[in-house]
Design a protein around this ligand. Structure first.
Ligand code: FMN
Length: 226
């Protein structure tokens, strides 16, 4: 009898331990999922035809600054330089953008950054083509609606049309229901950098605009995504 009780209590207690373990494991998994759910991704698109050059570096600067705002922020640079793709067409073609556009459909995307070089005081054709190809994100559902977008312009001379580049990017993204954001002084319009010999490290003000733009897009992504 005593032996039977011992066996029963052993079975009971090991069951209890297992059950408790399952509950703890469940809670850990739930906690992990909750943290995972809270992740807010900011995607940065560099729209120069030259991969890894000043536009990509400027967008990366914005993203690094955004990441520093909060541990929930995750960032990814998508450098379109050197990729082969065309602009809008009713049936999107199979090309280098085919696998990139779906990244924007992920629910964790809380905001985007679009950077372009100033080309004749306007955005590059790469930038225009990329935005045109985002057409499937407007229909049947406005997937980017109410998400913040920040713009980056890099040129090689002062007053090179940076504001015009940013204005065009922002105007286009309004068609997606996005919320264009600028930042604190002197970055009211977004990030504006001027480079010489493919290097903008001497442009202190431009670098400041990139950092402030990063902070702002992160803050707004967290606010609007909450
Ligand atoms: C076709 C062409 C047009 C350009 N037009 C302008 C311009 O209007 N304003 C300006 O500041 N820089 C202009 N630039 C310089 C580029 O904006 C600058 O070199 C930029 O940093 C290039 O970006 P990337 O290094 O990412 O390729 C032009 C360059 C090219 C090739």
């Amino acid at each position: 009898m005593k032996e039977e009780m011992g066996r029963r209590s052993f079975i009971f207690s090991s069951g209890a331990v297992l059950a408790a373990g399952a509950v703890v494991a469940g809670n850990v998994a739930a906690a992990e999922t909750a943290v995972e759910k809270k992740k807010v991704r900011i995607l940065g698109f560099a729209c120069s035809n030259r991969k890894g050059m000043t536009t990509a570096k400027a967008v990366q600067l914005v993203l690094d600054s955004a990441k520093g705002v909060d541990p929930r922020i995750e960032v990814e640079l998508v450098d379109l330089g050197g990729l082969k793709f065309s602009g809008y067409s009713k049936t999107p073609p199979e090309d280098d953008l085919t696998d990139i556009i779906p990244k924007l459909q992920e629910p964790s995307v809380g905001g985007i950054v679009i950077g372009s070089p100033c080309f004749y005081r306007g955005p590059s054709s790469v930038c225009r083509a990329f935005i045109e190809r985002c057409a499937p994100l407007r229909e049947p559902k406005m997937i980017l609606k109410d998400k913040p977008v920040a713009a980056v312009a890099v040129g090689s001379f002062k007053y090179g049309g940076h504001d015009l580049v940013i204005k065009e990017i922002q105007a286009a993204m309004l068609c997606f229901g996005m919320m264009p954001v600028g930042a604190d002084h002197p970055a009211f319009q977004g990030a504006t950098l001027t480079q010489a010999k493919d290097d903008f490290s001497a442009d202190d003000i431009g670098i400041d605009t990139a950092r402030k733009t990063g902070i702002r897009i992160a803050e707004m992504a967290l606010k609007l995504g909450a």
